[in-house]
Design a binder for this molecule. Structure first.
Ligand code: LLP
Length: 447
């Protein structure tokens, strides 16, 4: 696949090396060959814009990197669950990682192959378990002994056998944000190795389960292969016990968490993870499952927002108030996440790298601002004390790297209709989710 270089002199956009689909040409932002200006002129703002080319490019990059062993890629639906995104990936051969009955429904609606679909999550309810069994999914990733009992009983009552992987909690630090860390002993996820040993020794009593895999998901984003290696070493060390108790383990699943660049700096790529991970997978001769979400869609999407007001205080603070809010993209509020933000028609070209440290010394033509939304919360911000080119009311800003955990984590807080979503392919674009209306906001209420 064609790999783009990072931004130079504002001419190409973000993320060193990764397929993004976004470039500045002659001082205006394009998604593929469509001007972002033209999209907003047609559908309004705020709007999520995705590049089909980037989604596919990223999917292919991770697939190719791990092609050295038999690998099933299960796109993590929670990162972006729009039917068109899922359909695109299903056509490309992707499997899916779902965490609720709703996500399973979406995936199936989008054409997912149930035999490439896996169901994770600490709290699957009986209806969801039955739905997944009836749909004949590939397997459940099971997170506790109590859940094993539950799936066994439901499978038994349905006169079927449930395929399951044990999600282990290997107590490995993925060295990421505490709120997105999942594989340490204090986290609610997975079965710790001591408990897992008991499960394996008593596995015979699950007459309606086939324990066919071992799974870990450590957290995200993970900036180096090292945590995966540590976890795999623990998994591999656990295998002999599984074999001793005749569990038909066929799959090892190392979850998601593959990082993207939010700053434009070079980061670890799928090939870097694969180089370290594949020898450990080959050593045990199992099939590999990956659950990438962010890597495939994160940099393939932006959130475009219009400046409503520019407000200065006598204390020297300056607020750029836009029409998008924390209800549309909550990552900065939740995790203090950094997203590059730059005007769609900038007077100063976007630099190759933008980091939370900002410019030192500050560049000419830039102003230090807080970029905020209309929601009635002080935590409603996209950036604080950020240098961006001076911008006027009515101009557009692009919030980059918003394709993962953007729309999926949006809400109707403050009774704000959700933005629309648009998919670009070459010179054309299509609305793939219409903007919500006021009627949509009340449609499900009774009385
Ligand atoms: N597999 C499992 C079991 C997961 O829980 C997750 C993410 C993934 C795969 C996909 O991880 P990814 O490849 O997308 O990093 N809302 C946060 C991230 C929370 C992720 C939850 N689980 C964010 O905005 O960064």
């Amino acid at each position: 696949m064609g790999i783009k270089k990072g931004v130079r002199g504002g001419r190409a956009a973000p993320a060193e090396g990764q397929m993004t689909g976004f470039t500045f040409r002659k001082g205006t932002l394009y998604c593929e060959d469509v001007k972002v200006d033209d999209i907003v002129a047609s559908v309004g703002s705020p709007v999520y814009v995705y590049s089909e080319r980037a989604v596919l490019g990223n999917y292919r990059e991770i697939r190719n990197a791990f092609a050295g062993v038999s690998t099933l890629i299960c796109f993590s639906v929670k990162s972006n669950s729009n039917l068109s995104v899922l359909h695109l990936l299903a056509l490309e051969g992707s499997g899916f990682d779902v965490v609720s009955g709703g996500e399973l429904y979406r995936a199936l609606q989008a054409g997912a192959d149930p035999r490439k679909t896996i169901f994770a999550g600490v709290g699957k309810n009986p209806q969801e378990i039955k739905y997944a069994l009836d749909s004949n999914i590939l397997m459940f990733n099971v997170e506790s002994q109590a859940e094993l009992e539950s799936i066994n009983t439901i499978a038994h009552d349905n006169k079927t056998t449930a395929r399951v992987a044990l999600r282990l909690n290997p107590d490995v630090d993925p060295k990421t944000h505490a709120r997105t860390t999942t594989g340490k002993k204090e986290n609610k996820f997975g079965i710790d190795l001591g408990m897992a040993e008991k499960v394996v020794k008593g596995a015979k009593r699950y007459d309606s389960l086939q324990i066919c895999g071992l799974h870990v998901h450590l957290g995200s984003p993970i900036m180096s292969p090292e945590p995966y290696v540590k976890a795999l070493e623990k998994l591999n060390g656990f295998l002999p016990l599984c074999r001793k108790y005749s569990l038909p383990i066929e799959y090892v699943n190392i979850g998601g968490g593959y990082c993207i660049s939010y700053t434009g700096e070079a980061v670890c790529r799928p090939a870097d993870y694969a180089r370290e991970v594949l020898p450990l997978v080959r050593a045990v001769g199992l099939k590999l499952i990956l659950e990438p979400g962010r890597f495939i869609v994160g940099n393939a999407g932006i959130l475009v927002t219009k400046v409503l007001y520019d407000k200065e205080s006598s204390f020297g603070k300056r607020f750029v108030i836009c029409d998008a809010a924390m209800s549309d993209l909550i990552r900065p509020t939740l995790y203090d996440a950094f997203h590059r933000i730059w005007p769609v028609n900038p007077r100063v070209p976007m630099p190759e790298v933008l980091t939370p440290k900002g410019f030192n010394p500050p560049k000419k033509g830039l102003a230090k601002v807080d970029i905020v939304g209309p929601v009635c919360e002080s935590s409603d911000f996209f950036a604080r004390d950020r240098f961006i080119p001076k911008i006027k009311q009515g101009e557009l800003l692009s919030i980059f790297s918003a394709g993962a955990y953007g729309f999926t984590m949006s809400s109707n807080y403050n009774s704000r209709p959700r933005p629309c979503e648009v998919m670009v392919r070459d010179k054309t674009f299509q609305v793939i989710r219409r903007r919500e209306s006021y009627e949509d906001l009340v449609a499900k209420e009774i009385g």
